[in-house]
Design a protein around this ligand. Sequence first.
Ligand SMILES: [Ca+2]
Ligand SMILES: [Ca+2]
Length: 381
Amino acid sequence: MIFYILMIEMSLKIHGLFHLYHTNSPDNKDCLYSFTSNNIVNEWQLISYCIRNDTTNFENDSDNYCHGDRDYTFEELKLTNVDSYDLYRWSASIETIDKYEKYLTGVDFSFGNHSYCNCSENWFGIRCQYSFDTRYSFENIIEHQFQEKESLAKQYDVVNDEFLLTCYKGLRCHSTICLDWREICDGIYNCEHGEDEPSECFLLELNQCATDEYRCRNGMCIPRNFLLDFSSDCSDLSDEHETYNLRLDNSLCSFTAKLSCDFRLCDSQQISCGDGQCQKISQRCNNGHDLFLRYNILAIPSNTSFQCWFLMLCMTGEVNTDLMGYNYHDCLSSDDSADKYTFFYSFRKICPSSFWFQSEVNSVYPFIRSFGSICGRALFT
Ligand SMILES: [Ca+2]
Ligand SMILES: [Ca+2]
């Protein structure tokens, strides 16, 4: 354990070295850790970034070829006076360093035939199969990745890309947007057949806690004394919901790696931006995730005339009108005024007796559409 802690300490001081953990793990493997301070709640956070076996396309597990200089057995390394710190400086994996140290200190001589693949500069991995095209530290690389997202936020078709968002992979269904884990059991149907809201969701709500315990939003029980003590105890961080809400500007979640964003739950009546930011339906997500949803909501239905659709679009406001590529001033200057007081007159003049138009406040979008009719004024006022 001391050795493990020592390795973490050293990784903070030396930039440009990448030490993989869990290289033999069957699922989330080849993990890099980012160790940073969360100033908001004065906690250090250790965030792992791993390769998930079901998503990797660039690595062939049957490939045991050493892409570096060559394989050296531990016995060979010992004969040339290589020590564990040398392996550390050469970006060896933590498991390899740990085994080599055990071999050197005589704790386990069975590792003598284990080998180390000696990587060229800037390459790492047990077969030297990875490289970042930079000499920066891992924390700097993460920061740079978040900064790059800012320029993509206005491209509605890009922000739904599952490679740019953290999409929930545990459940596959037909849905308009890539699912965020917050959208599972949140009471809103996001999948066409309701797969995200199974009957088991009720079990989470039924879980009871003792009187001296606090019930987290996900049903977990913690001692009541742990509530609002500026240290997260619920796995969903809901025990610190108020402290985070007061102290956390959740707009930072779009461009910063924070555990408090990863586990943040959105209130009902809010939309999840997929990265920890929660916004009212009338507000925009910093990462643009809402643009894709809005664009699909507002698309012209096949059975509705352009004039009627445009009138309805104008009624949804300037933000949406601009999003769909129209100038909001055209709404105001046209004969079909967007003024709500004259709207009904235009509505009766232009729209047929019945038509479809999606409403942003429709919680079961897109599978049940709002139905507008000449008698349906209440729907829009
Ligand atoms: Ca849902
Ligand atoms: Ca707490």
